[in-house]
Design a protein around this ligand. Sequence first.
Ligand code: FAD
Length: 439
Amino acid sequence: MGKYRGGSTTVLKPKTTQQVSQIMKWCNEKRIGVVPQGGNTGLVGGSVPIRDEVIVSLSNLNSVRSFDPISGILVADAGCILQSLTDYIAPHNHIMPIDLGAKGSCQIGGNVATNAGGLRLLRYGSLHGTVLGLEVVLPDGTVLDQLTTLRKDNTGYDLKQLFIGAEGTLGVITGVSILTPPAPQASNNVILALPSFDNVLPLYKIVKRQLSEILSAFEFIDRTSYDLAVKHGQGRALSEDEVAGAECFVLVETSGGKREHDEEKLNNLLESLLEVDTPLINTGVLSQSPAQFSSLWALREGVTEAVSKEGKPYKYDISVPLSSFKTVVDATREHLRSKGLLGDGAVKHVLGYGHVGDGNLHLNIVADSYTPEIQTALEPFIFEIVASYRGSISAEHGIGAMKTHALHYSKSDVSIALMKKIKMLFDPHNIMNPGKVLE
Ligand SMILES: Cc1cc2nc3c(=O)[nH]c(=O)nc-3n(C[C@H](O)[C@H](O)[C@H](O)COP(=O)(O)OP(=O)(O)OC[C@H]3O[C@@H](n4cnc5c(N)ncnc54)[C@H](O)[C@@H]3O)c2cc1C
């Protein structure tokens, strides 16, 4: 997003865990700040130095250590790119439990460090469940080897959980052991055009009931998000008839064991949705080929990229109750309008999209440029709305450098005080990604 710029002079690219350990030991002794960097695709400035820290890039630590096709357990270096791990296990009929638009660049270590959610969370749960073990280099150079491949291990505190989502503030992750699910034998998707946002939740209820075990994604994009995705060449545009009167869209994916069975279920769902007096959907476009399957997904996955091409995005990645998704987007739009910033003002669009199944809304405000005026209008306005729902100000992107000042909207004073104690315990000299997560 071009929001952060540091003054680093040095990037180190260790090839082994031992080298990472030596770097950390040296930096700890000299009190030199360190920023661990994966694929650098994070959206909250966590991987960007903000002072003169040394960057430790994990990109040369990129080998698969082992894969057991029976258990599906993969052990890999932290610098492995998510897509290459997907490709590695594909011939063994397994898939990664995580998938996201940045898969071609982001690294498994970065995914773990940000506890990335993504498009498969609905089906396979979060990394707090699928990561079985970690190898981490602590700030003083000690190697914490918890790289087990056990599914069950109740032997005291589960330390690895602390590093999942710590955004590189407690140590450098060098190895990851992760449970990968068997590849579904068939995947289908359909994009549904809805006349009103009010229909999304009733639709979700029906879709869950009818598709049950084969439902693997239920993703929401509002009309503005769809229009921007199409404008910037993401995926195949639907026909004018198909989008006429649509206020928003839902992408439903199924993954199951038998193509005919899954297709029948999806077709039955579509029929039942359309053959009622007041249908919840205007229309549904079912993918008919692998290319169409990808193209429908691109409409959803491409929104992030489209938004960046359209202008300067202010990104809010929040968890609020599903029923309030639209209220939050509308309230933000009205608020900006009342400040004279929308319409002829500096803000071009206010849009919402996200993972309905996970209660996670991506609220984006696209402007011509980043200005203090827009920033002041948006914050704390949005954080206060989120707090009023006891929601999360960062559902999946993390805190990074961007949201340290807002942590208290989602974490109590007691929680923040404990977080600071944990940070002190691991990193008393505050060399690990300083200025991130905690102020
Ligand atoms: C197009 C696009 C789509 C996205 N979609 C999603 C999505 O659906 N869901 C979602 O959750 N996120 C999404 N993201 C953001 C997401 O957080 C990152 O893409 C990804 O998880 C970060 O991985 P990375 O390797 O790029 O890490 P980086 O960006 O390099 O780093 C992110 C943070 O992790 C730390 N870090 C990185 N590697 C390590 C390591 N080995 N040890 C310790 N700390 C480390 C960094 O210091 C930094 O704080 C998206 C981003 C883009 C650009």
